[in-house]
Structures are given as structure tokens and as C-alpha cells.
Design a protein around this ligand. Structure first.
Ligand code: COS
Length: 379
């Protein structure tokens, strides 16, 4: 039985507890899904999560505008990840892909949000490039003004939902200044001529992922999100909201690993007694529980701080993401060890957690970059 005591922490309001309970019950009925065709599974998950109302927190409610509720985003990712990593992915990308539109979009651009929140359109965030992943300001892709249009040329890679998205938030160099101050953000519908999937990327925990090429993709100037030259700050502001949610997904994976380990240690006999009775195993379990609680505290501190109106939570979000993803890796590794051979057997839940967690220490700012961000913030 998963530990739910953290829901009593003062970071949460009753509506958060009710939401977590409702979502957990839905997950128990509907997850996990079959992952053999990840495109089909993600389309289906977006549609079903949308129909059930669980995508609503991912973007601005145009009928009732207000800030994104980061605690709800984190609770949702944590809960979904505990049940099925692909469901967490489907939810998370609806938020990351539309974050710039929620925070900086025009009312016309924000009309997309009614569809993404209902699960009727899929979104993607196109920032990374073959030559610039961690070093965002070094991007090559250009957007050149041509009359009333911009023309986008270049490549994006590691784009989650690449190939199945209906809309992309794309960052490109518009050249107002060198480096970070010469980048702008654009809303590009997937059917815009010249936007092509150059390559589908297969990874150890498969999900829709692609390298995209933009061959003179022409969009109207109204596709610009925010002001010209503000793209870097827009990207960073979106990451400020969503980075702690990556930590929350890691926390969900870690909680599941701990639950599986407790079941295993209680039911498996070794040397005539339950595995749990071995002090060495108790030591591992204590470390796992400590990491889970410490990660949860950092994540919900970051989420609560943002929800209380802090303009930037760069430091808190970076700490939450760094700690939760790194420690979840350790927690899951211990779970594999305690499961013995079963832990590395393809199809076992602990084996899939071991594959699922790894990318979280890389995407949305690698662990190493989070350390740079934290050091600069506390200087
Ligand atoms: N919110 C708002 N503004 C921000 C910001 C944030 N979180 N972070 C930086 N900025 C602003 C800075 O204040 C600076 O503006 P001013 O000069 O007016 O003060 C500007 O943006 C440039 O910032 P900085 O000098 O820190 O830029 P760098 O190129 O040195 O940035 C890091 C380096 C590592 C912080 C950045 O490139 C980064 O976060 N990389 C990771 C990228 C990532 O997460 N990729 C994953 C993509 S999604 S899978």
C-alpha cells in the first residue's frame, strides 16, 4: 500500500488531496496500458486522460484564467508515474508543449489550450538541437522575418511527441542580439508545410521521440509567442514551472520501487525468515524511504513556493529535479538488487522502472546543468 501520509503536509489544500485520490482511483482502473505501439498508446492516453478531465491542470483555463497550479502538476505526475511511465509522459508533454502559450500566448494562440486540455490535440516542446542541448543559447535554427511571415530553417532533436504532436512550440534564432537575447518562440502547427520528421529515435524506455527538420517553414508573424528576442527567457520560465514536475515523476517511480521492494521483502523467505528480517535489507529500505521523503519535501517546497506567487523558483526547481531524479535512480537500483534475478527480467515492473528513470537525469536540464543553475543562484 503506497504511503499517502505526505498528503497531510501543509503544502497541500484539501482540493489537492481530493484530486490525488480521484486520480489514483482512475489509475488503478485504467493503467498500465500496453506499450507495444507507443504512438497509439500515447494518443489513446491523451484522449482518455482528457476525457476524464485529468489534463485540465496542464494549461491555462481560458474561461477562468489563473496561474498553473504546480502542486497539482506534481501530484499528477507522481501518481501517474507510480502506475505507468507512459501515462506520466503523455500528461507531462501536454503541459511542457503548451507552457509558453499558457504563460505568454495571445488569446488567439490560447485557443489551442481548450483542445490540449481536453485531450483533443497533442503538443510538443521543440528546444534542443543536435549542437545545443544543455547550452540553449547556442542554438542554430533560424527564424527570418519575411514581410508578414517568419521562415524557420534548421533542426530540432530529442523532441518528445515528435511525429504525433498537433502543435509544436519552437525556439529559433531571430538575431536581435547574440546568444540568449536573440532567440524567439513560435507556435507551429504540425501540418505546416516544410515541417518533417527526419528520424524517429528509439530509446531504452520507448516513447514517441523524433528529430525534426524545418525546411523553410513559413508561419505568420502572429505565430510569435511573446516578443521577439524573448524566447530564451520564455523557455526558462516554462522550465521553472515544469522542472520540479520531472522530479515528481521520478518520485512516483521511486515510490513504486519502494512499494514493490516492501512486498518482496515481506513475502520472500531467505535463510528461514522473510527477507525483511535481514538487517542489510532493512538498511537498504531505510535509505530508500529517506530518499523518497527528502525528494518529496524538495519537490513540494518548489511547487508550493511557485504557487504562492514567487516570480522565479529557478533554485528550488533545480534542487528538486536534481535530487529527486538522482536519488530515484539509487532507490530503483536498490529495488533491482533486492529483487535479485527478477529485477533484471524483461517485463518485471522493477526492470521497467530501471529503464524509465534514466532519461529523467538528462532531459529538461541534465543533472550537471542543474548544479550549474543552483551554484549561480546561491552565489
Ligand atoms: N527565468 C527567467 N529568466 C531567466 C531564467 C529563468 N529561469 N534563467 C535565466 N534567465 C535569464 C537571465 O536572467 C538572463 O537575462 P539577463 O541577462 O537579462 O539577466 C538570460 O536569461 C540569460 O541567462 P544566462 O546568462 O544564465 O544564460 P546561459 O546561456 O548561461 O544559461 C543555462 C545557461 C545552463 C542556465 C541554460 O542554458 C539551461 O537551463 N540549460 C538547460 C536547458 C534545458 O533544460 N534543456 C532541456 C530542454 S527540454 S527537454
Amino acid at each position: 500500500m503506497p504511503d499517502r501520509s505526505f498528503l497531510d503536509w501543509p503544502f497541500f489544500e484539501q482540493r489537492h488531496r481530493d484530486w490525488a485520490d480521484k486520480l489514483d482511483a482512475w489509475c488503478a482502473q485504467n493503467l498500465p496500458v500496453d506499450h507495444s505501439d507507443v504512438d497509439a498508446a500515447c494518443r489513446d492516453l491523451v484522449a482518455r486522460l482528457g476525457e476524464a478531465g485529468f489534463l485540465k491542470p496542464t494549461a491555462l483555463d481560458t474561461a477562468n484564467p489563473g496561474p498553473l497550479d504546480v502542486r497539482t502538476l506534481c501530484l499528477t505526475r507522481e501518481t501517474l508515474a507510480r502506475h505507468d511511465g507512459l501515462a506520466d509522459f503523455a500528461f507531462a508533454m501536454q503541459g511542457l508543449g503548451t507552457g509558453a502559450i499558457s504563460l505568454f500566448g495571445t488569446p488567439e494562440q490560447q485557443q489551442w489550450l481548450d483542445r490540449t486540455r481536453a485531450g483533443k490535440a497533442i503538443s510538443a516542446f521543440a528546444l534542443s538541437e543536435p549542437r545545443s542541448g544543455s547550452d540553449v543559447a547556442n542554438m542554430d535554427m533560424t527564424a527570418t522575418r519575411d514581410g508578414d511571415d517568419y521562415v524557420l530553417s534548421g533542426e530540432k532533436t530529442w523532441i518528445s511527441n515528435g511525429g504525433i504532436a498537433d502543435l509544436y512550440t519552437v525556439f529559433a534564432r531571430t538575431g536581435e542580439a547574440p546568444g540568449a537575447k536573440g532567440i524567439s518562440a513560435f507556435l507551429v502547427p504540425a501540418d505546416t508545410p516544410g515541417l518533417e520528421v527526419a528520424e524517429r529515435l528509439d530509446v531504452i524506455a520507448p516513447h514517441p521521440l523524433a528529430r525534426l527538420s524545418f525546411n523553410d517553414v513559413r508561419v505568420p508573424a502572429s505565430a510569435l509567442i511573446g516578443k521577439p528576442g524573448e524566447g530564451f527567457k520564455i523557455a526558462m520560465s516554462v522550465l521553472d514551472v515544469f522542472r520540479s514536475t520531472v522530479g515528481a515523476a521520478a518520485l512516483g517511480f521511486a515510490r513504486r520501487a519502494l512499494d514493490e521492494t516492501l512486498d518482496r521483502a515481506g513475502s520472500r523467505e531467505l535463510f528461514g525468515a522473510p527477507l525483511f528480517d535481514l538487517q542489510m535489507v532493512q538498511g537498504h529500505i531505510a535509505d530508500m524511504a529517506l530518499d523518497v521523503d527528502a525528494a518529496a519535501l524538495l519537490i513540494y517546497r518548489a511547487a508550493w513556493t511557485k504557487d504562492m506567487g514567487a516570480p522565479r523558483v529557478t533554485r528550488e526547481a533545480a534542487m528538486a529535479k536534481l535530487f529527486a531524479t538522482d536519488r530515484a535512480q539509487q532507490v530503483i537500483d536498490k529495488a533491482v538488487q533486492i529483487h535479485g534475478g527478477d529485477g533484471v527480467r524483461r517485463g518485471h515492473i522493477v526492470e521497467s522502472l530501471y529503464r524509465e528513470i534514466r532519461a529523467l537525469r538528462i532531459y529538461e536540464g541534465a543533472s550537471d546543468v542543474q548544479k550549474v543553475v543552483i551554484a549561480r543562484q546561491i552565489k
